[in-house]
Ligand binder design. Structure first.
Ligand code: DAT
Ligand code: MG
Length: 138
C-alpha cells in the first residue's frame, strides 16, 4: 500500500467537478484517507511548490493556486502515486490524453499564464511524504 497527496486546484473547484473527480478516485479503488477544503495562504503554497520557487513561471502558479478554495486529500492504494499520476494525465492540458482528468477537463493555458490543470499529485514517495506532512501534519 502506498499513500499520495492529491489536490483539486481552484479551477477544479470553480468548475464544479469535485464530485466527478472524487468519483473517479473511488471507481479506481483508491481509498480516500483524509480530505479537507482549504483556502491556503502563500506560505503553504510556497512550501508545497518549494522545488518551483525560482522558476520564471512560479509567480503565476502561486497566484493561480491562491485564486480560491482547494480540496486537499490523501489517497491510499496499490501504487497510488503512479496510479493517480496516470489518472491525472500530462502536465500540459494540450498533451493530456482523453480519459485522464486533465485531458477531459483542463484547458490550454494562454501564453505567459500558469498552466491550470485541475489536479495535483505527488511525484515520488519522498514528495508524497513531504506533501502529506505539509497539509496534514503527519
Ligand atoms: P505536475 O503538476 O504535473 O507535477 P510540475 O510539478 O512540473 O507538474 O509543475 C507544477 C505545476 O506548475 C503544474 O501543474 C502547472 C505549473 N507549471 C509547470 N510548468 C509550467 C510552465 N512552464 N508554465 C506555466 N505553468 C507551469
Ligand atoms: Mg509536480
Amino acid at each position: 500500500m502506498e499513500r499520495t497527496l492529491f489536490i483539486i486546484k481552484p479551477d477544479g473547484v470553480k468548475r464544479g467537478i469535485i464530485g466527478q473527480i472524487l468519483s473517479r478516485i473511488e471507481q479506481r479503488g483508491f481509498h480516500i484517507e483524509q480530505m479537507k477544503m482549504v483556502e491556503p495562504n502563500q506560505d503553504l503554497i510556497d512550501l508545497h511548490y518549494q522545488a518551483l520557487l525560482d522558476k520564471p513561471f512560479y509567480p503565476a502558479v502561486r497566484n493561480f493556486m491562491l485564486d480560491g478554495p482547494i480540496v486537499v486529500g490523501v489517497l491510499a492504494g496499490e501504487q497510488a502515486i503512479s496510479g493517480w499520476r496516470t489518472m491525472m494525465g500530462a502536465t500540459r492540458p494540450e498533451e493530456a490524453l482523453p480519459g485522464t482528468i486533465r485531458g477531459d477537463f483542463a484547458q490550454a493555458a494562454a501564453p505567459g499564464q500558469a498552466i491550470q490543470n485541475i489536479v495535483h499529485g505527488s511525484d515520488s514517495p519522498e514528495s508524497a511524504e513531504r506533501e502529506i506532512r505539509i497539509w496534514f501534519g503527519h
